[in-house]
Design a protein around this ligand. Structure first.
Ligand SMILES: *Cc1c(COP(=O)(O)O)cnc(C)c1O
Length: 222
């Protein structure tokens, strides 16, 4: 199967309320165009430089998702066009996004990344920090909209563990939905699931999956 067939098959498989973000990191523009020609508009990248270069050359109706770890000094390069920033993992990063959004008068949609795996390498808030930020940390912010949560399960073949991690994030977002936070918080997006675990993630309540290698093939990191 080629890219066009794979993305079409995947879109038929996942439920209509679930957004598919095609993760195109390390892949050439020609690959992205094949998915675009199949009618796909949501693409994810994890490096600022690669994201801005691709966004410059690609059709303007593409919705670019920043899914990787984002450094504060690079926020300014993506705020003019980014559709959704998935990996907000500190309140300092969120305030920088607010500041840069304010400079150009654009409200930036963000997801807060939650550390659900307890692996040392993963970024993200723990649950207490997150609630603290939502309760008090956003009071002066006007240029961010916190639209939900993002999480990555452990890199393991133990699907029971992966499922439990996804379930904990779903429980958390349901709990948060009941609270009345700042007007800049709305908890409708739950971004979880990648090539190896998107089916489990959807069963556990994900409504946005980030799938790369299953669409574009394995990545070669030179
Ligand atoms: C690379 C990446 C993905 C996609 O990974 P695949 O296993 O290729 O589907 C999803 N989410 C994040 C945050 C990533 O960095």
């Amino acid at each position: 199967m080629n890219i066009k067939d794979r993305i079409t098959a995947l879109k038929e498989e996942i439920p209509p309320n679930c957004t598919l973000v095609a993760v195109s990191k390390t892949k050439p523009v020609s690959d992205i165009l094949m998915a675009y020609e199949a009618g796909h508009l949501d693409f994810g990248e994890n490096k600022v430089q690669e994201l801005t270069q691709k966004a410059d050359t690609m059709p303007k109706d593409i919705r670019w998702h920043m899914i990787g770890h984002l450094q504060r000094n690079k926020v300014k390069y993506i705020v003019p066009f980014v559709h959704l920033i998935h990996g907000v993992d500190s309140s300092r990063l969120l305030s920088e996004i607010d500041k840069q959004g304010g400079k150009i008068g654009r409200v930036i949609d963000c997801l807060l990344q939650v550390d659900i795996s307890n692996e040392e390498t993963k970024f993200g808030f723990d649950q207490e920090e997150l609630v603290e930020l939502l309760r008090t940390g956003l009071k002066d912010m006007k240029w961010v909209q916190v639209r939900g949560l993002m999480g990555m399960a452990s890199n393991t073949t133990d699907m029971d563990r992966v499922r439990a991690e996804f379930r904990s994030l779903k429980n958390l977002i349901e709990k948060l939905k009941k609270e009345n936070f700042h007007e800049r918080v709305s908890m409708e997006i739950l971004s979880m699931g990648m090539s190896g675990d998107y089916q489990v993630a959807i069963e556990e309540g994900s409504n946005l999956v980030r799938v790369g290698s299953l669409i574009f093939g394995e990545r070669n990191y030179a």
